[in-house]
Design a protein around this ligand. Structure first.
Ligand SMILES: C[S@@+](CC[C@H](N)C(=O)[O-])C[C@H]1O[C@@H](n2cnc3c(N)ncnc32)[C@H](O)[C@@H]1O
Length: 452
């Protein structure tokens, strides 16, 4: 039976909530306030099982204790139990029976598990997570990880780091101890010292090439993957890659050709060559820690000018060639004789004027058997798609067209009753291109070798 909360109790709730003053506590208090609001609907004689509860598995009845009849709790005790332990002031903490607290904590955890913790809820230790899936492994020291924090669909913080014993991940949002991440599932939420949730996950190859140390600019992942498709690179292929630069393209090629294939990567500058080799080595090391097996050792890095590499290339044949260097038309006469007939040379060029130089080069070298099949740009457009929220964090409501008064009141009642979990399809969304977009990266030119 629903009973109105008397004024004195309301004041009590107020005082209780004031005890939790820090920013993080304030957030939690908001949840608690919601619980308190629900509580006012059912607050009557104790114990009360909230049988109408559909979602959170929360049960306000006292936990069963061995042989003892349940003792009715005072309103203050009941309300204090709605607050998380660390959000309580010392005075309120004292009101809690530690034995009962443990059982309450257990039942709350059980409730979260039963209904699946959302990222908002998920800050549980790995031990309480479900058993590992076949092939799953937890985070280990030495692995390359990414920590990220998003707010309103926007990435506010993202950092790649190597998990090291005793190290700290520093950020403007607080600190996370590496030791706390080790052993946790790969893809978990962790709280910083300031109570901000960071998603901690393994670095993908895309993350790695974007965040690894660079010499020259890299071939961006979106372009590199399109080049792989252009060249139709397959497991077992032998591919020529130049210049090695920072090693990003070499890594994508290495993965594509696999352990049966190989990549010859040529770089004219020694410092760039060193950077590419180091980046490749670091990724391979991190991979073996992650998977317990070797990343293929299939890239041979060479220092040298591709335009003068005839002797290096002698007797070699390639299923594909990837060129990312400033004057590709100057090296084509050296490269093309070693490209299989019908195979593709994909060229990465930042400026359209370079594309014109390349085409002019082909026009002036009529003996080069190359067809220019395509010149493309790879646009990737990020979008923001998210439920529309009001300033207080609650969902906006889809506005119905004008109705008569009775139907409007009925609809309002429905809106109120589904306030926290609006029905599927009842929430309006914002959906538009993201205001921050990646700008132009490159033009990709597809040249196919033919036989006369
Ligand atoms: C933009 S970077 C390549 C980036 C690389 N694809 C990556 O994803 O990290 C261009 C590189 O080509 C090298 N380069 C320029 N001309 C070259 C040539 N004739 N032979 C070999 N390397 C060359 C430059 O020194 C530079 O490191």
């Amino acid at each position: 039976m629903a009973v109105q909360m008397p004024l004195a109790r309301l004041l009590l709730v107020h005082r209780l909530l004031r005890t939790s003053t820090s920013g993080q506590r304030r957030l939690r208090s908001r949840d608690v306030l919601r619980e308190c609001r629900r509580e006012t609907r059912t607050l009557s004689t104790f114990p009360v099982k909230r049988s109408e509860s559909k979602g959170d598995g929360w049960d306000p009845s006292p936990p069963p204790s061995s042989g003892r009849a349940p003792r009715p709790l005072s309103p203050l005790e009941r309300l204090s139990r709605l607050l998380p332990q660390d959000a309580l002031s010392p005075e309120v903490s004292q009101l809690r029976d530690p034995e009962e607290d443990a059982s309450v904590a257990a039942s709350v955890t059980h409730g979260e598990e039963a209904h699946g913790a959302t990222p908002e809820e998920g800050d549980r230790p790995a031990a309480s997570a479900s058993a590992a899936l076949p092939g799953e492994s937890s985070l280990a020291f030495g692995e390359l990880l990414v920590a990220e924090h998003r707010k309103k669909g926007r990435v506010e913080f993202r950092k790649m780091f190597e998990l090291r014993p005793g190290a700290l991940l520093q950020s403007n949002w607080g600190v996370v101890a590496h030791d706390d991440a080790a052993g946790r599932p790969a893809g978990c939420f962790m709280k910083t010292s300031r109570g901000v949730r960071f998603l901690v996950r393994r670095a993908s190859l895309e993350d790695y090439v974007l965040y690894m140390k660079r010499g020259p600019a890299i071939a961006y992942p979106k372009d590199a993957s399109t080049m792989l498709m252009m060249m139709d690179v397959t497991e077992g292929d032998r591919v020529l890659d130049s210049g090695s630069g920072s090693g990003a393209m070499s890594l994508f090629l290495s993965r594509a050709v696999g352990c049966k294939g190989s990549v010859l990567s040529l770089e004219v500058r020694e410092d760039h060559h060193r950077r590419a080799v180091l980046n490749y080595k670091r990724w391979r090391e991190s991979w073996s820690l992650r998977r317990g097996e070797e990343w293929p050792d299939n890239v041979q890095f060479h220092i040298g000018d591709l335009g003068e590499a005839s002797s290096l290339l002698a007797t070699q044949g390639f299923h594909a060639v990837a060129l990312d260097l400033i004057h590709p038309h100057l090296v084509l006469p050296t490269v093309v004789p070693h490209l299989h007939p019908g195979a593709v040379c994909a060229v990465y060029l930042a400026n359209i004027t370079q594309v014109i130089d390349l085409l002019e080069g082909l026009r002036c070298l009529p003996l080069l058997p190359l067809l220019c099949e395509r010149i493309i740009e790879v646009p990737v457009r990020d979008w923001v798609v998210a439920p529309a929220l009001q300033k207080d964090g609650s969902y906006c409501v889809r506005k119905a067209p004008a109705m008569d008064r009775d139907r409007r009141e009925e609809a309002d009642r429905e809106e109120q009753s589904t306030d926290e979990h609006p029905a599927f399809g009842s929430v309006p969304y914002i959906a538009r291109p993201h205001p921050e977009q990646m700008s132009h990266t490159a033009f990709l030119v597809k040249l196919r070798k033919y036989v006369r």
